[in-house]
Design a binder for this molecule. Structure first.
Ligand SMILES: Cc1cc2nc3c(=O)[nH]c(=O)nc-3n(C[C@H](O)[C@H](O)[C@H](O)COP(=O)(O)OP(=O)(O)OC[C@H]3O[C@@H](n4cnc5c(N)ncnc54)[C@H](O)[C@@H]3O)c2cc1C
Length: 327
């Protein structure tokens, strides 16, 4: 039996103050990740501050941006008419995540903050530098089928598990944060971090900083978009590899493109160099194959995940093809 106090707050200010008063406290939103972590003994907050009722659930157009509140539910965002019309890549990525029941509970802020699914992180009997810095990385020479092929370190080869975040990285979203020192805006691609020597830090948020919402600037990616998720079963499974692809096409020419991958790194893996390379090229399988080869530069596998070195470029080609074929 794990005992903890429970407190419900109704304003962001109260949420931030309550957390800063008590070092052993933790915010809880949908609870779909935090409760699992508490049951496994990975996290043991003594006080849960319920932020699920904060008035941060809006999904609206503000000038030339779409604003999504941090407490908006994953299912509400995926099924929202504005999102489906103006940001369909986000809708597709969200719909590929977890299961309908989980999406009905999970929030945007909680999805961004969810922890890795590395089995060494979840098993407190095994070494894991992310859970217990200095204990070692069991996955390096162990069970690493799900693990990173980009940007890993000898301290951690875990991957970031979210689908939603891969689309948000591709769409140049901005994270809106409120904290004890005031407001902050963090470009989405700078929000999550690579493990380096401090894999215990998943992102650049300071303790006490609350995600208020995200903004997505207008973009031309309303039709030729695709989110390809390769996984062990077609629902209720995390990505082995995923690709978020968005194309702005003029005839058979690529005016602009966005590309990001999931399941391959400690953060959503944006492929900016490939995007630049694709600009002005003609749509063809050969071009997509060359783009995929460029994307794989610097990739490194760890044994059980060697298959990702083939799977990832194939997934890029398939996602680009599927995006161009949308009519
Ligand atoms: C069986 C299963 C399968 C899943 N499959 C997938 C999948 O395929 N794809 C996928 O993307 N996800 C998947 N998930 C993960 C799921 O999407 C996350 O658990 C969910 O998004 C977390 O949101 P939450 O609101 O429940 O967060 P919570 O569990 O409530 O919170 C998670 C963490 O975020 C912090 N937090 C929450 N909101 C804020 C905020 N506004 N500001 C700062 N910190 C905050 C909390 O303090 C906590 O540390 C799966 C989960 C399960 C259990």
């Amino acid at each position: 039996m794990i005992n903890f106090e429970y407190l419900r707050v109704s304003t962001p200010k109260a949420a931030i103050e309550a957390l800063s008063r008590d070092n052993t406290s933790q915010w809880i939103a949908g609870g779909t990740n935090l409760i699992d972590l508490m049951k496994k003994g990975v996290m043991a907050p003594q006080k849960l501050i319920d932020i699920s009722n904060l008035p941060l659930k809006e999904i609206k157009k503000e000038g030339n941006k779409v604003h999504i509140g941090a407490m908006a539910l994953n299912s509400d965002v995926a099924e929202n008419e504005l999102i489906q019309r103006e940001q369909p890549l986000l809708s597709l990525a969200l719909a590929a995540g977890a299961s309908q029941q989980l999406r009905n509970m999970a929030t945007v802020g909680g999805n961004m903050m969810q922890r890795t699914r590395c089995p060494y992180f979840y098993n407190t009997d095994l070494p894991c530098n992310k859970r217990q810095p200095g204990s070692g990385c069991g996955a390096l020479k162990g069970f690493n089928r799900m693990h990173a092929i980009f940007g890993a370190s000898d301290k951690c080869i875990a991957v970031h598990p979210s689908d939603m975040c891969i689309a948000l990285a591709a769409l140049d979203a901005m994270v809106l944060v409120n904290g004890p020192k005031g407001d902050r805006r963090i470009p989405f691609t700078d929000f999550h971090r690579l493990p380096g020597d401090t894999p215990q830090k998943d992102n650049t948020l300071e303790r006490g900083e609350l995600i208020i919402g995200i903004e997505i600037p207008d973009n031309p990616y309303r039709k030729n978009v695709h989110y390809l998720k390769v996984r062990d079963r077609s629902s209720y499974a995390f990505a082995l590899v995923s690709v978020a692809a968005a194309m702005d096409l003029e005839g058979g020419t690529i005016k602009d493109a966005r590309l990001a991958m999931g399941g391959v790194a400690h953060k959503p893996w944006r492929l900016s160099e490939v995007e630049t390379w694709l600009k002005g090229k003609s749509v063809s399988d050969a071009v997509f194959r060359e783009a995929a080869q460029l994307a794989m530069r610097g990739a490194k596998a760890y044994g059980q995940n060697n298959f990702k070195l083939k799977l990832a470029p194939n997934a890029i080609v398939e996602a680009l093809k599927a995006a161009t074929q949308k009519t």
